[in-house]
Write a protein that binds this ligand. Sequence first.
Ligand SMILES: NC(=O)c1ccc[n+]([C@@H]2O[C@H](COP(=O)([O-])OP(=O)(O)OC[C@H]3O[C@@H](n4cnc5c(N)ncnc54)[C@H](OP(=O)(O)O)[C@@H]3O)[C@@H](O)[C@H]2O)c1
Length: 263
Amino acid sequence: MDLGLADRTVLVTGGSSGVGLATVRALLDEGARVATCGRDGERLAKAAARLGAGPDRLFTATCDVRDGDAVRRFTDAAAAHFGGPVDGLVNNAGQSRMKRLDDTTAEDWRDELELKFTGVLNPLAAARRYLRASDAASVVNVNAVLAKQPETRLITTSAARAGILNLSKSLAHELAAEGIRVNSVCLGLIDTGQWTRRHAAADSGLGYEDWQAELAADRGIALGRLGRADEVAYAVVALLSPRASYITGTSIDVCGGVGRGIL
Ligand SMILES: NC(=O)c1ccc[n+]([C@@H]2O[C@H](COP(=O)([O-])OP(=O)(O)OC[C@H]3O[C@@H](n4cnc5c(N)ncnc54)[C@H](OP(=O)(O)O)[C@@H]3O)[C@@H](O)[C@H]2O)c1
């Protein structure tokens, strides 16, 4: 099926690694023009080299999504680079915070809430006028099943994620009149840099594969393994597609069946 993304312009935050990088790759494969950012310019340059797309297809710039002015500069530069409207925005940049209630400082709470909310609101504010100019504008917020199934070991991230899921619903209603759809993908455990870093920090004596298998069993993942970034990218790209024109205000879980909740 032709997803109708050829020559569409899509912004992806945090495209130098993991889910963001896989999403950029999937969009390039669909013939889209992609602009992406991250904080570490070297990491971004390495990712761009691996993607192998020319400047007519791929635009990169360093930018921290918490900095509204920097996000505006990135967005304006990307829009000017490609010309025309922006058809898609993927709010992906971020990370989670492994903390329980009693290890969490007031600063941790502030930082986590700031990252999660500015990570959606800054790119949206910057891209909104370009999205409005598209005939098929779509925003996808990369979220986590933690939004619906909180974990005490990730207490700040779970609470922030629930807020973002709630915000996504409001945005879908608020922006529908401007022709902008807003949806979420809620991730379970996806094998990216986040988990290789945790494996190294855990120092469990287990190899990465065995550690992952133990983790999957411990967390009750029905499919018995962590997901791959490209499996998330598939859902993101489907929601970005103009063919998803009647889908807004909803979320897709990409989680291998973790948990037993119905919603
Ligand atoms: N992997 C999972 O199991 C999982 C589960 C649930 C939700 N998620 C969410 O999915 C998203 C992608 O995660 P991932 O696993 O793919 O992580 P990852 O491999 O660590 O990649 C994160 C990307 O975001 C960028 N980034 C981080 N903070 C940023 C900031 N403040 N401003 C701009 N860019 C920033 C990183 O580049 P720089 O570091 O250079 O900035 C990198 O490109 C995150 O929002 C994460 O919380 C992941």
